[in-house]
Unconditional design. Structure first.
Lengths: 134, 89
């Protein structure tokens, strides 16, 4: 294996490892869940991305043919990370945030969706279920 | 040289997993624990890929892909349970 390729692979592994460490250190250091959600994004983008690109380069040089199947993991993580963060934030707000004092008014007929899943006034979802049964 | 870099990466991932374990046990709210498990899944993927490079085999790639999928599904299932009291309504 040529020296320059080894150097690039080693650099990518070191950078990825450092970013994974930084992302998890933020989990300890930040004070609350909502700032804490910000920390693991570093680990899942640059950290994991660097290590997966290093793996891709290593097997390319080692086996002699180029495959991109490591990018599947990167693609999957990039697609799912926002959904995960949104759901964790909603679960935290439902359990720990008081919608009457800590949130601004929603300026709609109904409240914020996480706290008030019923819908606008006059709309009763149980009527729809009754129609289905009869 | 790759071996030294791999050793450094293993140490980094191990320390990161320990920090996540601290947040998993000490986390004040339920959402903190879910976030810690989600980050642990990401670190476990990195650990599997690094081990695959160290052993020069592509066998661990499938394991890493499974970790990516089931980490996401389990996080969504737990958040859904906290939000709605049920997973599949």
């Amino acid at each position: 294996m040529p020296f320059i390729v080894e150097l690039i692979i080693s650099l990518l592994i070191v950078i990825g490892g450092l970013f994974l460490l930084v992302g998890s250190f933020g989990m300890i250091k930040l004070r609350d869940l909502l700032p804490r959600l910000h920390a693991p994004t570093k680990a899942s983008t640059v950290g994991l991305g660097g290590i997966l690109i290093a793996s891709m380069l290593f097997f390319w040089i080692e086996r002699g043919h180029f495959t991109i199947h490591e990018l599947l993991i990167t693609l999957f993580i990039f697609l799912t990370a926002p959904i995960t963060a949104n759901l964790i934030a909603k679960a935290y707000m439902l359990l720990n945030v008081d919608p009457n004092t800590e949130l601004p008014p929603s300026k709609q007929n109904e409240g914020w969706a996480t706290f008030d899943p019923v819908g606008p006034e006059g709309y009763d979802p149980s009527e729809e279920y009754q129609d289905k049964e009869t | 040289m790759i071996e030294y870099a791999l050793n450094f990466g293993f140490v980094c991932v191990a320390l990161a997993l320990l920090m996540n374990l601290y947040r998993l046990t000490m986390g004040p709210s339920t959402a903190d624990r879910v976030l810690a498990v989600d980050t642990m899944a990401i670190n476990a993927i990195a650990l599997l890929v690094l081990y695959g490079i160290g052993q020069a085999t592509a066998m661990y790639f499938e394991g890493a892909l499974l970790f990516a999928m089931f980490g996401f599904v389990s996080t969504v299932a737990y958040c859904k349970f906290v939000l709605r009291g049920d997973i599949i309504e």
